[in-house]
Write a protein that binds this ligand. Structure first.
Ligand code: FAQ
Length: 311
C-alpha cells in the first residue's frame, strides 16, 4: 500500500521528471541509490589498479600517455560519483570506510589480474565496453545528480573503449606471438566481462524495484545480450575467437545465443575469493592509511582559516 507521498513520487518518476536532492523520496530509494552509486564509485577507484599496474611498462611513450590519462579519468569518475552520493546524505569518507572494511562492494571484474599488455587492450575494449552498455541508459536515470554524472562519464568511457580496441587491433595485426597474447586476453576476460552486468534476472534481487524507480533502466540479462550482440562482430573484425562453443546467431530473436558465465565463480568472487580481492583491498587500505597525514593537514589548515575569520 503506497502512501500519498509515495504515489506522488512514483507519478513523477513515471512522467520522467528528475528527482533532486531536496525532494521527498522513499527511504528505500535513497538507500538503493547510495548502494548503487557508492558501489559504482568504488569500482572506478579500485578499477584504477589493474591498469595502473601497466603504466610503467607501456610499450611506447604514446601508449603510456594514453593509459595514464585513462586511469586518471577513472579517478575523476569516482569523484563525480562520490559527489552525487553525497547529495543523498552520506559523506565520501563514510563510503570509503565502508569499502575498506568490506561492507560495500565494487565490481567483480576488478578482482581479475591483468597479466600482459594485451590485457590493456581487452580491458578497454571489453570492460569499458560493458561499462558503457550499462551506463548509457543510466544517463536517463531518475535521480538528477546521478544522471548528470553519467552524461560526463559516458563521453570519457567511449574514448576509453576506442583506445582499448585500438590496442587490440595493433596486437591482432602484429606478430603471431602478439596475436596469441590478444587471444589469450580475450579468453580470460570474456566471461568476467559478462559477469559485470550482474546475476541473471532470476537471481537479481534489486532489479524489479530499481526498474520501477528508474534507478536501473534495463535488466541485467537485457544488457548482457546487447553487449554480446555488439561485441561478437568486433571480435570477428579482429580475427579473434570468442571462447564460447555455443555462440551462435539466432535469426528468430535477432541476437546471439551464448553460454552464461560460471555463476558459482561470480558469487565466490563477491564473497571475497576472486584471484585479486585481497590484493586490491590491501592496496586501497595502504593508500588510505598513507594519505592520512594529507587529510589531517587539510583539516588543520581549514580549522586555522576558520579561526582567523571568527577572530
Ligand atoms: N560485481 O540485484 P542485483 C567501471 C551485486 S564499470 C559486484 O542485480 P543491482 C568503469 C549487487 O550489488 C563497473 N557485485 O544488483 C571502469 C547485489 O548485492 P548487494 C561499475 C555485483 O544493483 C572501467 C547483488 O549482486 N558499474 O567501473 C555485481 O540491481 C574500466 C545482486 O545483484 C556500475 O556499478 C558485479 N558485477 O544490479 C573503471 C554501474 N553485479 O549490493 C575502471 C552501476 C551485481 O545487495 C576501468 N550499477 N552485484 O549486496 C548497476 O547498474 C547495478 O548496480 C548492477 C547490479 C547492474 C551492477
Amino acid at each position: 500500500e503506497m502512501s500519498p507521498e509515495e504515489a506522488a513520487f512514483q507519478d513523477r518518476i513515471d512522467q520522467d521528471i528528475k528527482i533532486e536532492p531536496k525532494d521527498w523520496m522513499p527511504a528505500g530509494y535513497r538507500k538503493t541509490l547510495i548502494r548503487q552509486i557508492g558501489q559504482h564509485a568504488h569500482s572506478e577507484i579500485v578499477g584504477q589498479l589493474p591498469e595502473g599496474n601497466w603504466i610503467t611498462r607501456a610499450p611506447t611513450l604514446e601508449r603510456k600517455a594514453i593509459l595514464l590519462a585513462k586511469v586518471q579519468d577513472e579517478a575523476g569518475h569516482g569523484l563525480y560519483l562520490y559527489a552525487a552520493a553525497e547529495t543523498l546524505g552520506v559523506s565520501r569518507d563514510e563510503l570509503t570506510e565502508q569499502l575498506l572494511d568490506g561492507r560495500m562492494k565494487y565490481s567483480s571484474i576488478f578482482n581479475y589480474p591483468t597479466l600482459n599488455w594485451a590485457d590493456m587492450g581487452a580491458v578497454g575494449w571489453l570492460v569499458d565496453g560493458a561499462a558503457i552498455m550499462n551506463q548509457v541508459p543510466l544517463q536517463r536515470t531518475s535521480y538528477g545528480p546521478y544522471s548528470r554524472a553519467m552524461i560526463r562519464i559516458c563521453k570519457e568511457e567511449s574514448f576509453h573503449q576506442r583506445q582499448g580496441y585500438d590496442i587490440m587491433m595493433k596486437m591482432a595485426q602484429g606478430t603471431a606471438a602478439q596475436k596469441a597474447m590478444a587471444q589469450d586476453a580475450l579468453n580470460r576476460l570474456w566471461y568476467p566481462s559478462l559477469m559485470m552486468f550482474g546475476p541473471s534476472d532470476a537471481d537479481s534481487v534489486h532489479s524489479a524495484q530499481s526498474m520501477s524507480w528508474k534507478i536501473k533502466m534495463d535488466s541485467n540479462d537485457e544488457l548482457r545480450q546487447k553487449f554480446v550482440d555488439q561485441t561478437v562482430p568486433q571480435a570477428e573484425y579482429l580475427g579473434l575467437t570468442v571462447p564460447d562453443e555455443n555462440l551462435k546467431w539466432n535469426e528468430e530473436k535477432g541476437g546471439y545465443d551464448f553460454s552464461q558465465p560460471d555463476w558459482e565463480e561470480f558469487f565466490d568472487v563477491l564473497r571475497g575469493n576472486g584471484p585479486c580481492n585481497v590484493d586490491r583491498m590491501e592496496k586501497r587500505n595502504k593508500a588510505w592509511d598513507e594519505g592520512a597525514w594529507v587529510r589531517d593537514g587539510l583539516m588543520a589548515h581549514a580549522a586555522k582559516r576558520a579561526a582567523l575569520k571568527t577572530a
